[in-house]
Structure formats: C-alpha cells, structure tokens
Ligand binder design. Sequence first.
Ligand code: CA
Length: 649
Amino acid sequence: MRIFKLIIVLTLFISCKKNQEKNVVTQSKQNVSNTYLERVEPPNWFIGFKNSRLQLLVKENGIGAATPIISYPGVRITKVHKAKSNNYLFIDVEIDANTQPGTFDIVFTQKNQPEKRHTYELKARKTSATNFKGFDSSDAIYLITPDRFANADATNDINTKLKEQIIDRSHGYKRHGGDIKGITNHLDYIKDLGFTAIWPTPVLINDMPEGSYHGYAMTDFYKVDPRFGSLEEYKNLSKELAKRGMKLIMDQVANHCGLEHWWMKDLPFKDWINYQAYYEKNKENWSWKTVKNSSHRRTTNQDLYAANIDRKENNEGWFVAAMPDLNQRNPFMANYIIQNSIWWIETLELGGIRQDTYPYPDKTFMANWVNAIMKEYPNFSIVGEEWSYNPLLIGYWQKGAKNKDAYQSNLKSTMDFAMQQHVVDALNEKESWDKGLVKIYEGLANDFHYASPKDIMIFPDNHDKSRIYTQLKENAVHTKMALSMYAVLPRIFQMYYGTEILMDDTDNPGDHGLIRTDFPGGWEGDAVNAFTGKGLTKAQKDMQVFIKTLLNYRKNSMAIQKGKTIHFAPKNGVYFLFRVFEEETVVHILNKNEEAILIDLNRFEEMKLTGKALKNIFTNELINWNESMKLKSKGSLILTTKYDREKKN
Ligand code: CA
C-alpha cells in the first residue's frame, strides 16, 4: 500500500516537474504562462471561415486515454476520435461565427493522472477572404530555389540540432546556405525585371540526413526550416512583396513527406501512409531497393481502361524511398492537409499555391482539397504540377474540363509542359513542312481542348528541367525568341531564376544540382554579381535588359494578359501571332531567317493594321504597317499599337 502511494506521489512529482520544465521553456519564449503539449495542430486557428469545423491533431504520450474539455464562448468539442496509437487524439471542434478571438486552455483529464493543459489561440483574420487574390495571366512568376539564390544570413547555414550539417557550395546536392532573407533582400531586383510574383520552392523543414536542400521532403508541415529562416522572416517576405504589389506563391506537397517526418516514429493510424504495413515490416533495411515506388504511370488517372492495380501503383507507391506516400483517403490525413494549406494561406497572406506532383495523390481528395480552399478564398489560385507533354492530360485537371469520367478537378491552373517543348523544338529544328515553327502553330491549336488556356502556366524552364539556354544549345538569339514567345502566349508566365543571365547546365544537361546553380552575387565575396551587373558578360547583361523590357511591357499590356489570340501558319521560317484587346494590338514575330526577308503584309489584312504605325518594344523604333515589312535578321520582334504617341522614343 505504502509503496503504491509512493509510486503515485513519485509519478505526480515527475510529471509536475516535466510540466514545470515545459513552462519554463515556454515562459522564457513567450513571457506568458501558457502550457503546451508535445503537439497540437494546426498550432492556432482563425475565426470566420465558412467551414466552422476544425479538427485538431493532438500528440502527447498517452493522450489517447484523456478526455479533452474546452470552456470558451462559441467553441465546443463535437467529437473526440481515438487513433490506433494511444499517443494521439483527434478532436472535432465547432467554432461559432461570432466567437471572439482569444486564447483558452484545452484541458485533458484522465483517471489517476494529473490534468494536462494546452493553450490554444483563435486569431482574428487580418483581411477579408476576397482580398486573397491569386495569380493569373497578368502575372509573371519568378521561380527560385531558395538554397541557391542568395545567402543573407550566414549564421543560419548550419544548424547543429539538425541531421544534415554540411555546407558545400562546390557540391550540387549539398546545402549552399541561401535563405528567405536572401530573397527578401533582392525583391527590387526581381521587380525591376518585371516579375509580379515569386514562387520559392519549399522552405519548410526537411530534417533529413542528406540531399534535402530542395525542400520537398518535409519533416514538419508547420515549421520553416531554420536554415532558410524563421516564420517571421517568411511572413516578412510576404509583406515586402505586398508592398511592391507582388504575390507570394507557396510550394506545397500533399503527396508525400520526408522519411524523417516526426510522425514516422509513431504513426497515428494503420493507414496514415500508403504501404504502411509493408514499410513497418521492412523499415530496418529500407532503401531504394526495398521501397514500393510509384509506377509513375500517371495516365492511369485518366485512362478509361486502366487496371485497378496500375492506378494503385501510381497513386500509392512512394515517390522515392525517402518520401513516404501520404494516404489522403484516411479522413484525418485529408483534414490535416486541407487545414495545413489554409493555415499557410491565412498566416502568410499568400497569393497562390503551387501543388507538387499533382497526379500522384488520390485525385478525389485533390478535388476536395481545391474546393475546400476555393470555398474560403474565392479569388485564390492554385497551379498543379502535371509533368506531361499531352494536352489531353494537362487539360483534364483544369476547372471546367468536360471529362468523360465526370471528374471535376476545380483547379484553376495546370502546367504547360507540352507547349514548353513545342517552342524548344520549333527553334532547334530546321524548317520543313512538319518541323520547326509549325510545332508552335499546331501546339497552340490544341488550346481548343482547354477550359481556360490563359489560366495555364507556361515556362521556359524550371527547377527540374534543363535551363532554356541549354535546351536551345546555348544560342542566345534562340533563347530570346523562346522567351518572348512564352511571354506573349495566352498563358500565365513563369521563369526560373538565372535565366535572365543565361544560366546553363550544359556540362551535364538535366543534372539537378547544376540546374540549381548558385545565383552569382547571392554570396558574400562572389566575383560576379548579377544583382549589380558586376562581372557579367555582355551577353548576360543584354539578356537581363531583354527580360526587363519584355516583362515590364507585358505587365501593362491588356492584349497579352487577356486579349484575343490570332496566329498565322508559319511561312518561309516566319511565324506571326497577334494578341488583341480593344484598341491594343500586339504583334509577335518569330523570324528564323539569317538573311533579310521581305514579308508581304497583305496576308494579315484581317488584323486591320494597314496604315498604322507600330512601335517595336525592344528598340522603340516606329514601323509603318503597309504593303510589306523587311525583317533584317533572325530573332523575335514585338510590335504594339499602344504607345505614347507624343514620345517618339
Ligand atoms: Ca543562410
């Protein structure tokens, strides 16, 4: 009896001591006497969502046996779900619309156990839901790999609490030290180039032993990687963008997490991840040899004849051995991912989400995920990555697509890998009946299939693909031609950082480390500085000016952003595409002829430009549109009817 009592006293003492220690930590951090469990997620929530339901994930040793109580006006627990692991609880909470912002304790009681408390905060929303305006065809998006762009804070380069502690700029797959502040410090440079939005690849924590500088192996969906900076710095990036009228797009991953994700040591349910039982049985010798990989047969999402096993192997297989595949059919996982996305939109005041590996998660879930977000933020934008060269597959995912299987994706934007490739082929191939510029002409003809072509994202290159300069065999003229072509298409325009200074991966085309080369000038002591122009070659400076002229023009051109598109079948190595909005006509000309060529303009009579003077946006030269036009050399040309007529230049 005495021994029993002693044990109880001791247990109480130890657990009080633990709580005290926790209090000391949180008090010193927050300077208030809040108490916290190991995890309650989302870490806070907001008042006034259309969906009044919140589902909290609670993680704490033995919490599964506890009963939670909330006493706060307008907030009530509607259901408590136990998980398979006793260290979790999932709590359904209903929040009335008129609930006041504030903090309260969630009290956990358990027989013969001391009470536990967790202080939770409901925050007021800073701005109305309709103010969250997503990107659209008026935007030009600068894609950045944060580790490789600029290192503003060398003190965060190595974090001794994390598994990977090496900085090696000479190694393509190791961390280089770039960070969020590095991006923030150079927003004026990005804005001057004419970009209106940035998409940094993920900056959430990847506490993986190696090779996670890219950010796609997240080990905590609510934590910024300290090597990239803090949540405050991430918020500040968004604020600084907003000051400049620019948007922040967050790269999110619903398909997988990193193998070192905190929940992998204690999975709440037996079906939290796909192939879970298999993983748990084999985890001791887990490697690329043992993992059940995705088959990457992405067409199974659309294929009317696909076997179930093939669908399963695409959707449920792991992306790679280091990235467990999340099971979005588990309703708690589904809620977790949706709430996580909403939490980030609200916390960072995002201007869009880029969703990774779109055809890999459960597609019914993805439609629900988009719907849940768009219901809360009707003017928001999401782009999903479907790496396909087939317009049928690209179009399938877009809102409004009339799909034979009746699938309603509701995604505003998809990615146009097909058109990206057509432009490259058009420039690399010698002109013939079915080669060269006709690739663009016929590729664009596929737009009849898309529900909304202008909401599809086009890009010369990205973090996974060869640099455009390399794709075009280091031909700077072709690179300019491609860039202007992409920028005037009825699309959202996106470009990878460094393309403006002709960055290449020619030494080993397609090598990820090389594609994601450090931006010169981002590191102290860099001999070349692309931000200031120091040490750049003439060709690099010339390309910076070209991009700047092109995108700053695009920024104010309604014709490019939302005009009608008319194009003429390429002839004699020349391709004309027109964009028209009200009084503004933009003419884009691709000319592949090395020698001067005279163009008979009578063919374009239907464009009603005869007798008008048009301005070349690159040279400011005025061109009279009459019988004919002489194209002096190979290259691209943008002419416009809209310019300040008082100003000759
Ligand atoms: Ca750093």
